[in-house]
Design a protein around this ligand. Sequence first.
Ligand SMILES: [Zn+2]
Length: 96
Amino acid sequence: MTVPKRRLSKMKGRLRRTHYVASVPTLVKCTVCFDPVRPHHVCPKCGQYRGRVFVVPPEEDVNQSKEKEQKVSVVKKIKRKVKQAKKARSKPKAAE
Ligand SMILES: [Zn+2]
């Protein structure tokens, strides 16, 4: 096993690490869903590449959309209740 002859100075190590730079990945639009995808890779959203299905798209999105729908429905229910309460308040005044 090779062993370094000398301890590398702080400066030498730090100088070497100045070249460690994260590169921005090149992205292309998916031909099916137009989401940004790495070129020559299967789309992570729809699981397709060049019009062929390779991976079943994750079901998390479906569940998330369901959750969103449920949240929206709850909000709608609350709004309906508020409207009904307002109507109930306004009706007796109109009767008088
Ligand atoms: Zn896609």
